[in-house]
Design a binder for this molecule. Structure first.
Ligand code: FAD
Length: 417
C-alpha cells in the first residue's frame, strides 16, 4: 500500500495529521489533502482562548506552505467534496473536479449545532468553529463592554472566562443544571462554577433562550428566556455543541451511527474508506467497548496516526487513552478517560482550592480523572489508565497514598503511553 494513492477529505487536525504521518511512516505514493475552508490546516483550540484576546497570538497554522511542498502533500483548499463513487473509487467536488483514490480517508469533522429561535440571525450574534468565525468575533470583542454566551460547554466557557478576565461583563446561560454537563463530573462542575463566579462571571443554569431581540439596525439588543425575562445583550456567542459532518458519507451509504461508524481499525463499512477525528464513531476500549464520537485534538491526531500506520502495513487496533484539556481563564482543566453516568466520584486534594482532582469509578474500575491546575497528576492519571493499573477509591481519597506506586515497575511488560 505504500505506493498507493490516498485522498483525505477534510484539512483539519485529523486530515492534516493523517497526511503528515503517512509521509513520516514512509508512504511514497500520492497524498492529496482537500478541505473546503480557504485556509491551510490550522489549530482550533487557540480560537476560543489566546487568539481572541492576545494580539501576539495571530498564527494558528499547523505548518507552513513549505512543509506541504517538501512533504509532497498536495493541499487543495476551498474545495468541497459532494459525492463519492465507491464502485469507481472517485470523489467529486462542487466545482466539477474529480479525484481517484486507492484509499479514502474521511476527516470531515463537525459543525456548530444551530440555535433555532427567532432572532438567531441578528447582527452581532456569532458561532465559533472556524478561523473566519474567530476573526469576526475578535473584532467585536475589541470594543464590546459585555458578552452573553449561550451554552456552558467547553468552548463557551473558555471564551467567557477570557472575556471576564479582561474585565468584560460576562453572562453564560445554559439549559442544564451545571456547566459542561455532558462531559464533566458533577463535583468538578461545581468547582468550576464557583471559580468562574469568583471571577465575576454570571452563570444562569436551567435557563432556555426563546428569542433574541434586535434593534432598528438589526443588531442584537437582548435575549429572552423561557421565564419571560429579557436580558440586555450587545454581543452574543452561541456555543451549544456540534454535529458531525456525515452528509458526504451518508450520500454514498456508509454506515452512520451518530458519526461515521468505524471498526477498531477505523475502517468504515467500505474497506477502502477510513474515517477519523470528530466525525468518526468508534468503539473505544476505555468506556468498556462502547461506540463513542470524541471531539478532541488527541483523538483526531491519534486516530490519524493509527490509520497512517495501517495504510503502510502496520495494522493495530485504535486504543489510545482519551484525554482532553480546556483552559478557562486561569483554570487549567484536564481530563483523561471518559466519564459515564452512575460513576462514584472521589476527590483528591481540597475542593475548596482551585487545585484538585476528581477520580470517577465505574463498577469499581477507574473510568475517568479530571484535574484542575494539577498537570502532574493528569499525566499520572493517563499512565494509570493506559496500564490498566488497579486503583481503589480508598487509595485515591488518602492524600498520603502515592498513586505512582500503582504503576507497573519498569520492565514489567505493560505499555505506558
Ligand atoms: P475539524 O477540525 O472540524 O476539520 C474538518 C475539516 O473538514 C473542516 O475544515 C471542514 O470544513 C472540512 N470539511 C467538512 N466537510 C467537507 C467536505 N465535504 N469537503 C471538504 N472539506 C470538508 N480540543 C481539545 O482537545 N482541546 C481544546 O482546548 C479544544 N479547544 C477547541 C476550541 C474551539 C474553538 C474548537 C472549535 C474546538 C476545540 N477543540 C479542542 C476540539 C478540536 O479542535 C477538534 O476536536 C479537532 O479540531 C477535530 O479535528 P477534525 O480534523 O476531526 O475536524
Amino acid at each position: 500500500m505504500t505506493q498507493s494513492s490516498i485522498v483525505i477529505i477534510g484539512a483539519g487536525q485529523a486530515g492534516f495529521q493523517a497526511a503528515a504521518s503517512l509521509r513520516e511512516q514512509h508512504h511514497t505514493g500520492r497524498i492529496v489533502l482537500v478541505g473546503d475552508e480557504a485556509h491551510a490546516p490550522y489549530q482550533r483550540p487557540p480560537l476560543s482562548k489566546a487568539y481572541l484576546f492576545d494580539e501576539e497570538t495571530g498564527d494558528v497554522a499547523l505548518r507552513t506552505d513549505a512543509f506541504f511542498a517538501q512533504q509532497r502533500i498536495e493541499l487543495a483548499t476551498g474545495r468541497r467534496a459532494v459525492a463519492i463513487d465507491r464502485a469507481e473509487r472517485r470523489v467529486c467536488f462542487d466545482d466539477g473536479w474529480t479525484l481517484e483514490y486507492d484509499h479514502l480517508v474521511l476527516a470531515t469533522g463537525a459543525c456548530n449545532r444551530l440555535l433555532t429561535v427567532p432572532g438567531a440571525d441578528l447582527r452581532n450574534v456569532f458561532y465559533l468553529r472556524t478561523l473566519d468565525d474567530a476573526k469576526a468575533l475578535r473584532e467585536q470583542l475589541a470594543t464590546a463592554r459585555s458578552l452573553m454566551v449561550i451554552g456552558a460547554g467547553f468552548v463557551g466557557l473558555e471564551l467567557a472566562a477570557g472575556a471576564a478576565k479582561l474585565g468584560m461583563s460576562t453572562t453564560v446561560l445554559d439549559v442544564s443544571d451545571r456547566p459542561m454537563a455532558r462531559g464533566l463530573s458533577k463535583t468538578m462542575a461545581g468547582v468550576i462554577s464557583r471559580e468562574h463566579q469568583k471571577l465575576g462571571m454570571q452563570l444562569r443554569f436551567e435557563t432556555r433562550v426563546t428569542r433574541l431581540l434586535g434593534d432598528d439596525d438589526g443588531r442584537v439588543r437582548g435575549v429572552e428566556t423561557s421565564d419571560g425575562q429579557i436580558l440586555p445583550a450587545e454581543l452574543v456567542v452561541i456555543g451549544i455543541g456540534v454535529v458531525p459532518n456525515v452528509e458526504l458519507a451518508a450520500s454514498c451509504e456508509l454506515a452512520i451511527e451518530d458519526g461515521i461508524a468505524v471498526d477498531e481499525r477505523l475502517l468504515t463499512s467500505d474497506p477502502q474508506i477510513s474515517a477519523i477525528g470528530d466525525v468518526a464513531a468508534h468503539v473505544n476500549p476505555y468506556p468498556h467497548g462502547q461506540r463513542v464520537r470524541l471531539e478532541s485534538v488527541q483523538n483526531a491526531s491519534d486516530q490519524a496516526r493509527c490509520v497512517a500506520a495501517r495504510l503502510v502495513g502496520r495494522t493495530s487496533p485504535y486504543e489510545a487513552v482519551p484525554w482532553f484539556w480546556s483552559y478557562q481563564g486561569d483554570l487549567k482543566l484536564q481530563m483523561t478517560g471518559l466519564a459515564r453516568t452512575g460513576c462514584e466520584e472521589v476527590v483528591r486534594g481540597e475542593l475548596d482550592s482551585a487545585a484538585c482532582a476528581v477520580f470517577s469509578f465505574h463498577d469499581g474500575r477507574l473510568a475517568c480523572v479530571e484535574t484542575l491546575n494539577r498537570p502532574v497528576e493528569h499525566m499520572l492519571a493517563r499512565r494509570l489508565l493506559a496500564t490498566r493499573a488497579t486503583v481503589t477509591a480508598r487509595q485515591v481519597a488518602d492524600p498520603s497514598f502515592d498513586l505512582k506506586s500503582l504503576l507497573p515497575k519498569p520492565g514489567a511488560g505493560a505499555a505506558v503511553r
